[in-house]
Design a protein around this ligand. Structure first.
Ligand code: DAH
Length: 338
């Protein structure tokens, strides 16, 4: 029996040394140590060994088995290392390859929105967004524009149904905000708005930034001070603002706000069509009727509001002649005005 053990161990060592892959090793393991393996059959011979010889024999058998197992494990580790090295080499990705990458850029409209919102956030305003599909009730009625009001003609509306529409301005977010939170309110609302209009200075989709402040003792002076600071931050420190009387149903009094032309400084040029001024927004003191509509007592609180034309500012700042080019997604436009 001892001879048999020696023979099997010697044969196994030769086989293991000859093995070429870990799969070969596995075959050897099964062939020698498996349930019907050669070495396992030696164990069965134990039953014929004399009882006094059993401990010694058992020890030798175990030692032989351990020898084979260790050798297999050692070879297996070697194979694994080689296989891993091969795989790493095969699957390697050369991250150093120098291919020119095109870097995207921010759209002029997004850039103006970010800039304006940042300025207002710096003044303590919160930026909020609202739905583009809006009810007639919020878009018009709560904003003091009843069904037969002539002001509806100022905003050629895309209707979704009789009572639902694509918002024609960001002003309905004034109502959403006043109905859901108590003064003091200081918000700006950037967003897309829609009107059935299409020429070089009008696009059926365009962007506005609405502003609303409601608190005690808020007046036109706050509006003037705030917009003056914002205009200086947005254009340059020498920018002046001018209020012209206007009309909006949701403000009383209402104003149209101009800034001194950022190209000629007010002397008159092509951009400002010789006037020295650029119109950028509508604004006013919130009409008490709008405050009441939205559950705020006009005897206790007052407000100021404004609606700023993002596209117009982008056109002024970037010198873009046609508003529609901003919505065509032509990469040549994006490259030019990045
Ligand atoms: N909603 C107006 C428009 O789209 C702009 C506007 C004017 C908004 C005056 C206001 C405001 O909040 O006070 O033409």
């Amino acid at each position: 029996m001892l001879d048999l053990i020696d023979i099997i161990v010697a044969k196994s060592i030769a086989l293991i040394e000859d093995a070429k892959t870990s799969a070969d090793l596995n075959d050897i393991r099964v062939q020698v140590l498996g349930k019907n393996g050669e070495y396992t059959s030696v164990l069965r011979g134990m039953k014929d060994v004399k009882p006094e010889d059993k401990p010694r024999m058992g020890k030798l058998i175990n030692e032989g088995r351990e020898k084979i197992e260790n050798l297999i494990a050692k070879r297996e580790a070697e194979f694994k290392a080689v296989e891993m090295a091969l795989r790493l080499k095969k699957e390697a990705v050369d991250v150093t390859l120098d291919t020119p990458q095109e870097v995207g850029s921010v759209h002029p409209i997004t850039s103006v929105i970010q800039e304006v919102v940042d300025i207002f956030v710096g003044l303590g305003f919160t930026a909020v967004e609202g739905p583009e599909i809006e009810s007639d009730y919020f878009n018009f009625q709560l904003m003091n524009i009843p069904p037969d009001h002539p002001a509806r003609d100022m905003q050629d509306t895309f209707y979704v149904s009789e009572s639902t529409l694509l918002r024609t301005h960001t002003s309905p977010m004034q109502a959403h905000t006043m109905l859901s939170q108590k003064p003091p309110i200081r918000i700006v609302v950037p967003g897309k708005v829609y009107r059935a209009d299409d020429d070089a200075t009008h696009s059926p989709i365009f962007n506005q930034i609405e502003g609303l402040v409601v608190d005690k003792d808020i007046s036109l002076a706050h509006l003037k001070g705030t917009l003056d600071m914002v205009a200086k931050a947005l254009f340059n420190a020498d920018t002046k603002t001018r209020f012209r009387p206007s009309y909006f149903p949701f403000t009383e009094p209402s104003v149209e706000v101009d800034v001194s032309c950022c190209m000629c400084g007010g002397k008159g040029c092509r951009l400002c069509k010789g006037t020295g001024w650029l119109e950028i927004l509508g604004a006013g003191v919130v009409n008490p009727a709008v405050l009441s509509n939205c559950g705020i007592d006009p005897n206790e609180y007052s407000g100021i509001a404004f609606g700023l034309g993002v596209d117009r500012i982008a056109m002024i700042k970037y010198g873009i002649p046609d508003i529609r080019s901003m919505y065509e997604n032509d990469v040549r436009f994006l490259r030019k005005y990045k």
